[in-house]
Design a protein around this ligand. Structure first.
Ligand SMILES: C[S@@+](CC[C@H](N)C(=O)[O-])C[C@H]1O[C@@H](n2cnc3c(N)ncnc32)[C@H](O)[C@@H]1O
Length: 213
């Protein structure tokens, strides 16, 4: 397949091209904290939904020794993830597939844990969560690490910037909205764990300011 020029790449394509491993809020330290919080066990079967370049899936397999499937819509991501798994010596535990999280190629009640890191923020959340719910076992759990809004904003410039940077569907919810969405789909005992404020060095503010002048 012909390589797109950087100017034509969307956010995901750019991440794939750069081979960035932890492209979610809080980066790799947040993943480690998340995994510790979720107490993943060796015998569990984990889905990393929107796995990107496969860093989290490979770390899980390496550290915990559990079986993991990573899915992503982007072919380059999956190719990078497979190379990573081989390099890390975990190909026997981790499998990577090109798949859409809205239509996962798995039976109902398959996984003990669904990990999602910076993916539902870009998607129709109910639709994605319904599919995660379907493939989870009845006692299964989900850990979704996403960008949140501290409060709702009517600042159209901010929303415009978010979409320009991350793509059209990008829509971070407030913590309460995230919780409600998960509950509406059927998840129980929904909790917010390890929230933290992103330090953006005031970049977002300055972009908005520049646009106004
Ligand atoms: C911001 S990246 C995060 C990747 C990885 N989870 C991480 O934290 O580094 C979002 C990923 O979601 C994938 N993605 C977006 N929509 C998807 C969909 N409908 N089904 C599967 N993957 C999707 C993108 O291709 C991209 O790799």
């Amino acid at each position: 397949m012909e390589q797109k020029s950087i100017d034509d790449m969307n956010y995901f394509e750019l991440l794939a091209w750069l081979g960035i491993g932890s492209s979610h809020p809080g980066g790799f330290p947040a993943t480690i904290q998340n995994l510790e919080t979720m107490h993943v066990k060796t015998e569990e079967y984990v889905l990393d939904a929107g796995c990107g370049n496969g860093l989290t899936a490979c770390v899980l397999a390496k550290v915990v020794g559990c079986k993991v499937v990573g899915v992503d819509l982007n072919h380059q991501m999956i190719e990078n993830a497979r190379v990573r798994a081989k390099r890390e010596g975990v190909s026997h535990l981790v499998e990577f597939k090109v798949a859409d999280v809205y239509k996962l190629p798995f039976e109902d009640n398959t996984f003990d844990l669904v990990m999602a890191e910076s993916i539902t923020v870009f998607l129709n959340k109910r639709k994605a969560y319904k599919e995660f719910y379907r493939v989870l076992k009845p006692e299964g759990r989900i850990a979704d690490l996403e960008m949140c809004m501290i409060q709702e904003t009517s600042d159209d410039n901010f929303k415009k910037q978010m979409k320009a940077c991350f793509g059209n569907g990008t829509n971070p919810l407030t913590l309460e909205e995230w919780k409600n969405t998960l509950q509406q789909v059927g998840f129980e005992d929904v909790e917010v764990r390890n929230p933290r404020t992103l330090s953006n060095n005031h970049n977002v503010k300055s972009i908005v300011k520049r646009e106004k002048s």
